[in-house]
Design a binder for this molecule. Structure first.
Ligand SMILES: NC(=O)c1ccc[n+]([C@@H]2O[C@H](COP(=O)([O-])OP(=O)(O)OC[C@H]3O[C@@H](n4cnc5c(N)ncnc54)[C@H](O)[C@@H]3O)[C@@H](O)[C@H]2O)c1
Length: 339
């Protein structure tokens, strides 16, 4: 397969830390151009990743003919406008999560890309971690029996920083739940194939005095009757994550598998229902680079002319909607249907 040529808009944050280094390890993707509103980030990334062009505006990058796919990793409030610009330029788009400030914006992006006939995928890359792929295999093979309960949590310490876009609702669309719990929502639905239908929960600012929430906890009713609980905190002293899926025949328990680098551990726990004697299988996998896998999967979908991205806008819209409905439910102190 010939190398697919990429441009990157918003190259100074997660792109520089993780995604572009991951792209460098790909045999089928080549970074051609970068743009960031911070010219130092543009110059640094052009040099560091050997891109042909360091652009002064997104228009300049999108006018480069040879670019086929664009990775948009700017702050959330820029996504809607930049997706439309990239679609107008006929580029396939891999957009960082969450899609937009609101579900309405996310739906508008999906419809715009469909109208323009360009592929749109979303960066829920935790799916590509080997442990999460293995969890999906176990569920699909029926090893867990009927799924009855699942949970995901993701924590970190994120103090007030003047001007930080994640800390203001107009630029982020939400705090710890929209930024981090959304990964758990995506992952649990992806692994189990179940979909959230109703949400209730709480959000608050217990520690940090910024506009977006510094912590939250949602309970989601799934379409098979199971319960999903997701928690995310910007006010925890250390980064921690756990993902657990419980079925009538066994449970999967992962620690440290949701993060910026593949790692952690995974156990499959079964029990004799009469004696309650448990058996724990420590599952081994070969760890890889999620970012390379994410870029490769999107490049292949584009090269094959697929109309369906590896992580679809529809899935990303549902994730966003669950968080958005959770916010409303928390505010109104009740449970609300997702659709
Ligand atoms: N998939 C993941 O695990 C993951 C991890 C981190 C961030 N993200 C997502 O990536 C996106 C960016 O987050 P981040 O942590 O890198 O943010 P960041 O603030 O660290 O970096 C954003 C970069 O975009 C630049 N920028 C600002 N406005 C811009 C514009 N209009 N056009 C182009 N560039 C612009 C900034 O100068 C900065 O270099 C968000 O959607 C975030 O949710 C995803």
């Amino acid at each position: 397969m010939k190398k697919i040529k990429w441009g990157c808009i918003g190259c100074g944050g997660i792109a520089d830390r993780r995604t572009l280094p991951g792209m460098m390890l790909s045999d089928i993707a080549e970074l051609v151009a970068v743009f960031d509103t911070n010219p130092e980030a543009t110059a640094r990334c052009k040099e560091k990743y050997g891109a042909k062009y360091g652009c002064a505006t997104p228009e300049e990058l999108l006018a480069i003919d040879e670019i086929e796919c664009v990775y948009i990793a700017s702050p959330v409030f820029c996504h809607l406008e930049q997706v439309k610009m990239a679609a107008d330029a006929g580029k396939a788009i891999l957009l960082e999560k969450p899609m937009g400030l609101t579900t309405e914006d996310a739906v508008a992006m999906k419809e715009y890309c469909e109208k323009k006939g360009v592929l749109l995928g979303v960066g829920f890359l935790m799916r590509f971690a080997s442990f999460h792929q293995k969890m999906r295999e176990y569920v699909q093979a029926g090893k867990l029996g009927q799924i009855v309960s699942m949970r995901g949590r993701l924590d970190c310490w994120y103090p007030k920083i003047e001007g930080a876009w994640r800390q203001q609702l107009a630029t982020s669309g939400g705090g710890s739940m929209m930024d981090m719990a959304i990964h758990c929502v995506d992952l649990l639905q992806y692994i189990t194939g179940l979909k959230g239908v109703e949400v209730t929960g709480f959000i608050g600012n217990q520690v940090h005095e910024y506009e977006s929430e510094d912590g939250g906890s949602f309970t989601v009713l799934m379409d098979n009757g199971a319960f999903m609980s997701v928690d995310a905190n910007f006010n925890a002293p250390y980064s921690r994550c756990e993902v657990e899926i419980i079925g009538t025949d066994g449970g999967l328990f992962a620690e440290g598998t949701v993060g910026q680098v593949e790692g952690g551990n995974l156990r499959f726990i079964t029990a004799d229902k009469e004696t309650c004697e448990t058996t724990v299988e420590n599952i081994e996998v070969e760890l890889g680079n999620m970012y390379t896998k994410e870029i490769d999967a999107f490049s292949v979908a584009y090269a094959e002319g697929s109309k369906v991205a590896p992580v679809t806008a529809d899935d990303a819209i549902l994730n966003q909607k669950i968080i958005e409905v959770g916010y409303k439910a928390a505010k109104e102190r009740r449970a609300l249907k997702v659709n």
